[in-house]
Design a protein around this ligand. Sequence first.
Ligand code: F6R
Length: 597
Amino acid sequence: MKKYVKTELIYNIMCSIIGYFGHDDAAPTLVRGLKRMEYRGYDSVGVLTGSDNKFTLKKGVGRVSEVNNKLGLDLLHGSTGIGHTRWATHGKVTDKNAHPHLSNSGKIAIVHNGIIENFEELKSNLQNKGFDFQSETDTEIIANLIQLNFDETSDIKQSIIKTVAQLKGHYSFVVIFEDGTLAAARFHEPLIVGVEKDNYYLSSDVLGFIEKTDDAIYIDNEDFVIVNNAGIHIFDFDGAPVKYQITKVSKEFADVYKGDYAHFTLKEISEQPDTILRSENNDQIKQFVDNIKQAKNLYITGSGTSYNAAEIARYLMSKFAKIKIDTVISSEFPFSPNDIEQDSTLITISQSGESADVLEAVRIAKKSNTNILSIVNHLNSSLSQESSLAIGLNCGPEIGVAATKSFTSQLAILYKITDKLCNGCINPDWAKVSAVFSQILSSNSKIKEIARILKEISDIYVLGRGIHLSIAREAALKLKELSYIHAEAIAGGELKHGPLALMDSNVYVIIINPNDSTYSDTMNSANEIKARGAKIIGISDKESDIYDYWIKIPPIDEILYPIIEIVPIQLLAYYTALEKKTNPDYPRNLAKSVTVK
Ligand code: F6R
């Protein structure tokens, strides 16, 4: 009997899983699907195929293309298989920890996304039964638990029912059995089946199979799937058959190729003249507004870029609709000094709808019977399911890790909500916004010139006042994640309370300075900075000698400046990344869906 040794557990939370059962070669399909889902994690990758009761496995550390070029993942034989991309949250990125993982018998293999919370207990039980482990992952525990349960029951369905009853945490997994049968289960992590005649795709995202089929079955939480020569069967965790519906996936999901663009990030920035016009949904906005009007207490939350949108919402709703709304960063929700009041309303903003911090905020808020309204891009996400009402951004899939078009679409919806709340008092001209986006996008030579300068610097400041302070924060976030330059937002009036000490001739400051009510105070800040010798990049519709570099934005209604002034900064961050030869689509250490707390 083996002694139990506590090892460091490697969680596999932000990963993509895929499985294929059909008539074609599985490996090329799996690799293409994994490439499309790489936004979910990209530090290691692996593929296993099954043929004539034998498995072939290849896996390694690196991006999908790198590992594929080195190991030939897409050359494996067999018409059934599973694949995985990983983003480690704890511990090392190693070949051994990459998925798929085999059970001890070598007759069962698994890919998994999520976390098994009772891994210690399960691992210890398995070790006491003589199982041993090759990796530090919790995934291998599931593979061996399934083997144990399969050996006891000789039945695939029963082995899954018994296994999911023993697992705690949240997960989705695809498991392949020696005879080529695939089984997949969902517990609070996504699982979608693509159906194309007798070919089946089991995937974390429709992007895993969209080039093959747009017929999808969205698996419900606590259901599992078995796919083999008898077709597809879906059961709940108690084993009762589940009726399923095939949904036509939105055509937009097919539109995930980079086309003529070098990167998804540039493609997505460039789509904004179109996406800004697509967030229209009057019925839902009306329902949202009705809910807000009835709210006893109103809160708004999000993470990262989505939180910056929440700050803009707070400004707009208090200024124009005279509505009091508290902003809370989602990850701070658990540490809030006061409980949310009973029967409050919480607006959540999230591109993915899968951010763990946002879902945790919702979980906490629901303890006080809070009404959850959400603004999300993925309408099939966990967040939508937790909400009484969800408005879609309708901006199409965002693959680049940095949020760009989703941010401007979030703002568009928040403007529309505010406009309805104040009976049309701002009446935004969206056609004009779209035209201004196109103008900014087509005159980017100055931005490229500044990017060449920024590639040499290590710190930059972004200054704004009033509503533009939230844009300064969003600008600093874009510069950090895309160009790896340390970037910090400064409220104009705070300069003299500290940051002025940093200003000297090596420093660059971006001044967000549209010709509105903040203009003259922001000019004062610019003068204070200039007097200390720092270089100024002015983002404004009004030229001034004070700027060392002027990024011109077209004039627009005062209230719409925040939406348009972020676009040149998205471009600046993108072109600086190119100058620094980093990959803007996949910034180091980040992932698109942050499904870990
Ligand atoms: C920044 C960025 C992140 C996300 C954050 C929230 O460019 O992409 O800060 O905004 O992780 O993600 P969602 O909106 O999916 O909840």
